[in-house]
Design a protein around this ligand. Structure first.
Ligand code: PLP
Length: 480
């Protein structure tokens, strides 16, 4: 493809995207295909010779699109939102065209510097403590963009592990690092995302998964008891992962109780996972949820969930950049450069060496919407979730099982788990609406998350009427 063909195909692709996004609501939300469907439609071997563009695009329509789950569909209410906006898509196009690999300042200075600036913008918009802001004079910390919340949590746990090993080494200088691993214990709630467990698995450390309270929040007393038990057994509590906006029920751990407890200990790193909920902290009326953040050693949000930025864009802030980079620095000659002393090399802040120019899309989105535009977008989702909650509450065949603070409502029919499983299965099979289940307080629940950028009251009405219609049929059939 030469540049003239690209110019032409690029314009066609923008048209294709516009018609896809304009018409996506006419399609089923979830595809009706069987596992392996694509293997029967595509050749066994890669083509030897170049193919025509038209043929490729025809196959997109005929073979790829039928297997797509449409996350941008108005009736998509599963998971959390997958950020998507035109400024972000355009910025990603530009980032792809620039094609730089910003592992160090020298590898592309604007890639590094823009990342520092936009992540600082966000930290200030959220109201994070000053020690998280790279440019603040008194700060020894800063922010970085990672590929996912899972990576943010993994590198935070890694930094905490490194710090804890160094602490234990002071008393046992001749012991091998790996010999300390069985002594290290981390904590999270049952409501924490499974990526915390995965991080502990990768890092070969113990993790205690604690029961939350009746509001699905991890509380100080529960944690204190677990830590003391472990200390009595000779273990070192080295890491606590808390969540602002859990995946199952959008609950909030109690940072004001947990924070001081971590601080009391000799070496306990407090991480706050705000993959979804953290984005909402740009709203002035939700700043109260930040209480206790001053105790955190690290905090992450996924701008690619709820700030209209396309995947991937997870922002991680750490209180001490040295503690993070100590765990990760490897410095071969071919990656060194003359300005390393006074610049940031983000390759030391994460696992991969190569890094995309992700800051560009965050910058485009913040500028094109402004903070007020992003605030209105999140506020609208919260308002619509409250509206959905009110519809559920009006029908006494149903119950709402979470405290609806943000855009997620967890509900169920007042019947057995099996009835609720059947309801969800029937709705999802209809292709008209997509939701996913979870377990909250020991019960099978259905999660309804507001996800569409332009969601309106009518969308919620339509979604509820689909749910209500299927529930009525099921209830009639089962006579419950
Ligand atoms: N933490 C929370 C609270 C989440 O909801 C999720 C995913 O939904 C994650 C972590 C994992 O996010 P990622 O897919 O970016 O690793």
């Amino acid at each position: 493809m030469d540049i003239e063909e690209f110019r032409c195909r690029g314009k066609e692709m923008v048209d294709y995207i516009c018609s896809y996004l304009s018409n996506v609501d006419q399609k089923r939300v979830t595809p009706k295909v069987e596992p392996g469907y694509l293997r029967n439609l595509l050749p066994e071997e890669a083509p030897q010779d170049p193919e025509d563009w038209e043929n490729i695009m025809r196959d997109v329509d005929d073979k790829i699109m039928p297997g797509i789950t449409h996350w941008q569909h108005r009736r998509f209410h599963a998971y959390f939102p997958s950020g998507n906006s035109f400024p972000s898509i355009l910025a990603d196009m530009l980032s792809d065209a620039i094609g730089c690999i910003g592992f160090s300042w020298a590898a592309s200075p604007s890639c590094t510097e823009l990342e520092t600036i936009v992540v600082d913008w966000l930290a200030k918009a959220i109201g994070l403590p000053k020690h998280f802001i790279t440019s603040h004079q008194e700060s020894a910390g800063g922010g970085v963009i990672q590929g996912s919340a899972s990576e943010c949590i993994l590198v935070s746990m890694l930094a905490a592990r490194n710090r804890a090993i160094n602490y234990l080494k002071k008393f046992n200088p001749n012991t091998e690092d790996s010999a300390f691993l069985p002594k290290l214990v981390g904590y999270c709630s049952k409501e924490a995302h499974s990526c915390v467990e995965k991080a502990a698995k990768i890092l070969l450390v113990n993790l205690r998964i604690l029961d939350p309270d009746e509001h699905c929040a991890l509380r100080g007393e529960k944690l204190r008891k677990a830590m003391e038990e472990d200390e009595n057994d000779g273990l070192l509590p080295f890491f606590v992962s808390t969540t602002l906006g859990t995946t199952s029920s959008c609950s909030f751990d109690n940072l004001l109780e947990i924070g001081p407890l971590c601080r009391e200990k000799s070496c306990t790193w407090l991480h706050v996972d705000g993959a979804y909920g953290g984005n909402a902290l740009i709203l002035p009326e939700l700043k109260y949820l930040l209480k206790g953040m001053e105790y955190a050693d690290s905090f992450n949000i996924n701008a690619n969930k709820w700030l209209l930025v396309n995947f991937d864009c997870s922002c991680l802030w750490v209180k001490s950049r040295k503690q993070l980079t100590h765990a990760l620095v490897v410095d071969p000659l071919y990656l060194q450069h003359a300005n390393a002393e006074e610049t940031i090399d983000y390759r030391h802040w994460g696992i991969p060496l190569s890094r995309r120019f992700r800051a560009l899309k965050l910058w485009f989105v913040i500028r094109k919407y402004g903070l007020t535009g992003l605030q209105s977008y999140i506020r609208n989702h919260i308002r619509l979730a409250k509206y959905f909650e009110s519809l559920v509450l009006k029908d006494n065949r149903f119950e709402v099982v979470n405290n609806v603070k943000l855009g997620l409502v967890c509900f169920r029919i007042r019947a057995s788990d099996t009835v609720n499983q059947n309801l969800l299965a029937i709705i999802n099979a209809s292709g008209k609406l997509h939701m996913i289940p979870s377990m909250v307080k020991g019960k099978y629940i259905i999660r309804f998350c507001v996800t569409n950028e332009h969601a309106k009251v009518e969308d919620i009405d339509q979604a509820w009427s689909i749910i209500e219609k299927h529930a009525s049929r099921l209830i009639d059939m089962k006579d419950i």
